[in-house]
Design a protein around this ligand. Structure first.
Ligand SMILES: CCC/C=C/C(=O)SCCNC(=O)CCNC(=O)[C@H](O)C(C)(C)COP(=O)([O-])OP(=O)([O-])OC[C@H]1O[C@@H](n2cnc3c(N)ncnc32)[C@H](O)[C@@H]1OP(=O)([O-])[O-]
Length: 309
């Protein structure tokens, strides 16, 4: 039986998300880079030091493309989303997917205006899936910098519609959400990297303060033996692997990033990112070495492939 007391279709669709602002400095870009493991193994790695330090001053520090995902955090309060018309237990919320389109490289500091809208809502029975789109404009020039689509997996919040016709609303092209097929062939490149036991504590300083990533009691209520890593932190590790192995350190050739979080990661675990090159698309899959389980998969589209590959 559908429990539609937790869902008001008209209220959900009529909701207007407030415009938010996001201002960041070179310091935020550097703290973020450290949070996703840049220079974690080698403090003088020339591919990565540029995200943390520049010899001519911090204003020349570069910004990782996955930094874009932080712009979408403005719609969260303590890691959850307030959407009138949809009831759910915020303690059971998990990040399901992230899709990012980048239109130009990010300046080392900026003030942005974020316009947020509902991109999708789906009743999966045991869960509801909520998709939010955030378009980020540079305040001064009005230029569109990037678009994020965040998919939030709300455990226990499904079953609000008729199970023979489960509710499904989406307002973007289907092919943008399609998960890539992981090739059976040997990967083109493989990169191994350790997350630190304190990784989530460092990453949260970039703005996602959901206690699921820091508080052992909250993690237990959510069904985990200890706090788990932010999905966007794992995504940052995987895309750094792509930048290193495929982009030869030039992150500016990345135009689209997509990732689906398949399984939680515990801080301190080792991530092995496997990459396959198909034209200008890099398909990747990250596994946790200690449990030999895939935790993240997706693709990165490049503006062009580095000639030396
Ligand atoms: C921004 C928020 C704050 C941040 C929080 C974090 O970082 S938390 C830390 C980071 N996040 C994590 O650690 C989360 C890691 N991921 C997980 O733990 C699990 O993948 C799960 C619990 C999300 C879903 O597992 P399950 O066994 O319950 O699912 P199932 O296989 O039975 O499929 C049911 C339906 O849902 C679909 N669907 C499935 N997965 C996803 C997805 N990821 N994405 C989207 N959709 C997904 C699937 O296609 C199917 O629909 P269909 O095809 O029938 O129409």
């Amino acid at each position: 039986m559908a429990d539609n007391s937790r869902f008001d279709h008209d209220l959900v669709l009529a909701h207007k998300f407030p415009e938010t602002t996001f201002t960041y400095t070179e310091r935020d870009a550097a703290v973020y880079a450290l949070g996703v493991g840049a220079c974690g193994r080698n403090a003088i790695d020339s591919d990565e030091l540029k995200y943390v330090y520049h010899e001519n001053g911090q204003q020349f520090v570069q910004v990782l493309p996955t930094f874009a995902a932080l712009f979408s955090l403005g719609s969260l309060t303590n890691g959850s989303i307030d959407l009138p018309g949809l009831q759910y237990d915020p303690r059971l919320l998990l990040h399901g997917q992230q899709y990012i389109q980048i239109y130009k490289p990010f300046p080392s500091s900026a003030s942005l205006i974020n316009k947020v809208s509902l991109a999708g809502l789906h009743d999966k029975g045991k869960a509801a899936i909520l998709e939010l789109e955030t378009k980020s404009y540079e305040k001064q020039s009005g230029e569109l910098l990037c678009m994020n689509r965040s998919t939030i997996y709300l455990r226990g919040a499904g079953g609000f519609s008729n199970s023979s016709h489960p509710y499904s609303y989406s307002n973007y092209p289907v092919n943008q959400a399609a998960a890539p097929k992981i090739p059976k062939s040997q990967p083109f490149a493989v990169f191994e990297d350790c997350t630190q036991p304190s990784q989530a504590l460092l990453y949260r300083l970039s703005g996602d303060y959901n206690p699921l990533h820091s508080d052992p009691m909250i993690a237990e209520v959510a069904g985990f033996s200890r706090p788990i890593l932010h999905g966007l932190c794992s995504l940052g590790f995987a895309v750094r692997a792509v930048i290193k192995c495929i982009c030869r350190g030039d992150a500016n050739i990345i135009k689209t990033i997509s990732g689906r979080f398949l399984l939680h990661v515990y801080p301190g675990e080792t991530l092995i990112t496997e990459m396959w090159l198909e034209g200008s698309r890099v398909i990747y899959q990250a596994k946790v070495k200690e449990r030999n389980r895939a935790v993240l998969s997706g693709f990165v589209d490049l503006r062009h492939v580095t000639p030396s590959l």
